[in-house]
Design a protein around this ligand. Structure first.
Ligand SMILES: *[C@@H]1O[C@H](CO)[C@@H](O)[C@H](O)[C@H]1NC(C)=O
Ligand SMILES: *[C@@H]1O[C@H](CO)[C@@H](O)[C@H](O)[C@H]1NC(C)=O
Ligand SMILES: *[C@@H]1O[C@H](CO)[C@@H](O)[C@H](O)[C@H]1NC(C)=O
Ligand SMILES: *[C@@H]1O[C@H](CO)[C@@H](O)[C@H](O)[C@H]1NC(C)=O
Ligand SMILES: *[C@@H]1O[C@H](CO)[C@@H](O)[C@H](O)[C@H]1NC(C)=O
Ligand SMILES: *[C@@H]1O[C@H](CO)[C@@H](O)[C@H](O)[C@H]1NC(C)=O
Length: 226
C-alpha cells in the first residue's frame, strides 16, 4: 500500500517535472519567435528615413511588441500577423528582414514613399495573404520569389516604378484573386502561366508597356483593366 502511494506520488512529481519542462520548452520557442519578430521590425524601422507622423516611435523596448503602432499579433501566440503602415508618409526602403516575420498574413505599405527593391525574402512568408505596396516608388523587378507565397490572394503594386517582365513564376500563386500592377514600367508579354490560376478574378495592368494578349484561360475574370 505504502509503496503504491509512493509510486503515485513520485509519478505525480515526475509529471509535474515533465509539464514544467514542456512549458519551459514551449515558452522558450514562443519567446524566441517573439525575439525574431522584434528584431525584424526594428530592422524595418532602422531603414525608415522620414516618419513625420511618428508612427514608429512606439517601436521601442519599453512598449510590448504587440502594442506597437501598425502591428497586430495573433491571439494564441504573440507573433506578428499584420503589418499596416499605409498612408503614413514614410520615406524608406523595405528591409529584407520582413521575410523573418513568418506569421505575417497581411502587409499594407500603401501610399508612402517606399523606394528600392521589393525584397525577394518576402517569398519566405508562406502565410501571407495580402500584400499591398501600391502608391510608392518601388523600383526594380517583381521578385520571382513571390511565387513561394502560396497563400497570397491579393497583390497590389499599382503605381510604382517596377520594370521588366511579370515573372512567369507568378502562375504558381494558385490562390491569387487580385493581381494589380497598373501604372508601372513593366515590359514584355503577359505570362500565359497566369492562365493556370483558376481563382484569379481581378487583373489591373494598364499604363505599362506590356505586349501580347491576355491568355484565353483568363476569360472568366470579373474585372480587368488592361
Ligand atoms: C517608447 O514609446 C512610447 C509610446 O510611444 C513613448 O512614450 C516613449 O517615449 C518611447 N520611449 C523611447 C525610449 O523612445
Ligand atoms: C533575418 O533575416 C536576415 C536578412 O534576410 C538574416 O540575415 C538574418 O539571419 C535573419 N535573422 C533571424 C533571427 O532569423
Ligand atoms: C493610390 O492612389 C490612388 C489615386 O490617387 C487611389 O485611388 C488609391 O486608393 C490609392 N491606393 C492606396 C493603396 O493607397
Ligand atoms: C525565396 O523563397 C524561398 C522559399 O520560401 C526561401 O527559402 C528563400 O530564402 C527566398 N529567397 C530569398 C533570396 O530570400
Ligand atoms: C518608365 O518609362 C518611361 C517611358 O518609357 C521612362 O521615361 C521612365 O524613365 C521609366 N521609368 C523608370 C523608373 O524606368
Ligand atoms: C501553367 O502554364 C504554363 C504556361 O501556360 C504551362 O506550360 C504549364 O503546364 C501550366 N502548369 C500547370 C500546372 O497547369
Amino acid at each position: 500500500m505504502a509503496t503504491q502511494s509512493n509510486l503515485i506520488v513520485s509519478l505525480w512529481y515526475a509529471n509535474l517535472l515533465l509539464v514544467g519542462c514542456f512549458s519551459t520548452f514551449v515558452t522558450g520557442i514562443t519567446m524566441k519567435g517573439e525575439e525574431t519578430d522584434r528584431e525584424a521590425l526594428l530592422a524595418i524601422k532602422s531603414q525608415i528615413r522620414h516618419d513625420p507622423l511618428g508612427v514608429t516611435n512606439s517601436w521601442n523596448n519599453s512598449v510590448a511588441l504587440c502594442r506597437w503602432e501598425g502591428i497586430i499579433c495573433g491571439r494564441r501566440h504573440q507573433r506578428v500577423t499584420m503589418l499596416d503602415l499605409s498612408h503614413k508618409r514614410l520615406t524608406s526602403t523595405l528591409s529584407p528582414y520582413v521575410g523573418n516575420l513568418s506569421f505575417l498574413r497581411y502587409i499594407d505599405l500603401g501610399d508612402n514613399s517606399f523606394h528600392g527593391f521589393i525584397p525577394p525574402e518576402i517569398g519566405r512568408l508562406s502565410r501571407l495573404q495580402t500584400l499591398v505596396l501600391a502608391n510608392n516608388s518601388f523600383g526594380g523587378t517583381i521578385p520571382a520569389n513571390l511565387s513561394h507565397c502560396s497563400s497570397l490572394t491579393w497583390f497590389n503594386a499599382n503605381r510604382n516604378n517596377l520594370v521588366q517582365n511579370i515573372p512567369i513564376e507568378l502562375g504558381d500563386l494558385l490562390k491569387l484573386e487580385t493581381l494589380a500592377v497598373a501604372y508601372n514600367n513593366l515590359t514584355g508579354e503577359l505570362p500565359t502561366s497566369l492562365g493556370n490560376i483558376s481563382t484569379l478574378q481581378h487583373i489591373y495592368l494598364r499604363e505599362n508597356h506590356l505586349r501580347g494578349r491576355v491568355p484565353e484561360t483568363l476569360g472568366h475574370l470579373k474585372s480587368q483593366s488592361i
